[in-house]
Write a protein that binds this ligand. Structure first.
Ligand SMILES: *[C@@H]1O[C@H](CO)[C@@H](O)[C@H](O)[C@H]1NC(C)=O
Length: 234
């Protein structure tokens, strides 16, 4: 059923662009509440997703989850993985928070946290907790609404088809920027302006303003819809 609908959706809206199919879920489902830049809002929400993060949404999440993420080890050839990885945290400390900090600081200098070599330690800590914070915000705000009025099967097939709908490309865009750039280019095309190194309170006020762009109801709704749809395949 899902496979059939998928083909149908491709036939209806795919346009060959330099040999690859491009499926625009926002155009294909104009009555949905997806934003125009859903590829970017969703890619942002998932680019450093882990199985533990997915379990915020469904206990069924496993290593076979179809959520594309930036490879934590950016020195490998494949910089975008097809599934969010299992992220093994230590238990040396008592709280989850301290164990996460331990995990981040233990990779300093070897760039194995998926951010490449250009982020400072405090920027790395901020990034990890921003992502967890965003996932919890999605879960408590947009997620219940999506559960109440879920997207159609057709819409879900479109959203879950990350190879075709621009989401995987947008995750690849993030990976490429982490590899070659600094957090200057961390935020996507929506906010493609320099962001200062996080060294003082003023710099943080700029960071905070940028990060808040991902907490708009529309951005949270995009991410909740995608996560709902991909979770149908777990
Ligand atoms: C997201 O999609 C828009 C519209 O198709 C496109 O212009 C933009 O480059 C895409 N962004 C990324 C990061 O792929």
């Amino acid at each position: 059923m899902i496979g059939y609908v998928f083909l149908l959706a491709i036939c209806l809206v795919a346009k060959p662009t330099s040999g690859t199919m491009t499926l625009n879920c926002q155009k294909a489902f104009p009555t949905s509440t997806l934003t125009k830049n859903y590829n970017e809002t969703i890619a942002h929400a998932i680019h450093s997703m882990t199985v533990a993060g997915l379990r915020v949404f469904s206990p069924k999440a496993s290593a076979n989850n179809f959520v594309p993420t930036v490879n934590q080890d950016l020195s490998q050839e494949q910089t975008v993985l097809d599934h969010a990885p299992e992220h093994v945290l230590g238990h040396d400390f008592s709280t989850l928070t301290m164990n996460i900090i331990d995990n981040i600081l233990s990779t300093l200098g070897n760039s194995m946290d998926g951010l490449g070599p250009h982020w400072s330690p405090v920027e790395r800590v901020t990034h990890v907790f921003h992502m967890w914070d965003l996932w919890y915000r999605i879960k408590e705000s947009a997620w219940p609404r999506v559960q109440k009025t879920p997207p159609t099967d057709e819409m879900c097939t479109c959203l879950a088809s990350v190879e075709f709908n621009g989401i995987k490309d947008a995750v690849q865009w993030v990976a490429n920027h982490y590899k070659t750039g600094t957090p200057t280019s961390y935020l996507l095309t929506l906010l493609n302006q320099p962001i200062p190194k996080l060294t003082d309170a003023f710099a943080w006020s700029v960071w905070k303003q940028r990060l808040m762009h991902y907490y708009t109801p529309e951005a949270l709704q995009d991410a909740a819809m995608y996560l709902h749809c991909v979770s149908q395949f777990w």
